[in-house]
Design a protein around this ligand. Sequence first.
Ligand code: C5P
Length: 221
Amino acid sequence: TIPVIAVDGPSGVGKGLVTRWLAQRLPGWHRLDSGALYRILALSAHRRGVDLHEARAVAGLAPRLDIRFEGASEDDERILVDGENWTHDVRRESTGALASKIAAAPEVRAALLQRQHDFRQAPGLIADGRDMGTVVFPDAALKIFMDASPEERAQRRLKQLSAKGIQATLAPLCEEIRARDERDRNRPIAPLKPAEHAEVVDTTGLSPEAVIARVEELVQR
Ligand code: C5P
């Protein structure tokens, strides 16, 4: 079977950093950004005027979307949906909020399951999300659960957004992150929590280099 490294955790915790680093560290390995799939589906429904509470209608859009990810780093990332460049809109915090609303519906999660499994290709997959280790790839060879305080995650997200030229302010961002976390942790289906046997990495107060060093240690084992 094709090995999977599952990296889960709340928003803004640094999963993108870690999974992109792993994808460079492990030659040929693929990367799944599962959050982007939820974002794209939510945005697509929103743009078509589909009511986000109509879970069946939202889920029905999932198999039809032509989604392509390009670029290995955050800076040259390009997300193409049906041939259009959606990168900027997909990364907005407001899109993250829409995503977490549709993500609470079992129909939506089921509809995205196959698309996520399709990313599992040789020589291996690094999967970034909320339920990679618990639901989507329960047989993952390594499961990492990253965490950090909401304040620190809001600070990091602010930096990340401003580097991309997206305007934001800290207090409302922190509030949005908290609200999204709460939804993700308390939903009845696939709630955000560490998988059994997951390695928990608390990154509060850690530099990106220190986080990478800790992950390197786990991969070496
Ligand atoms: O990781 P990202 O911030 O892009 O995810 C956006 C939202 O999509 C999350 O807040 C969560 O509600 C949902 N999501 C999920 N399961 C995943 C990935 C993302 O429910 N595996």
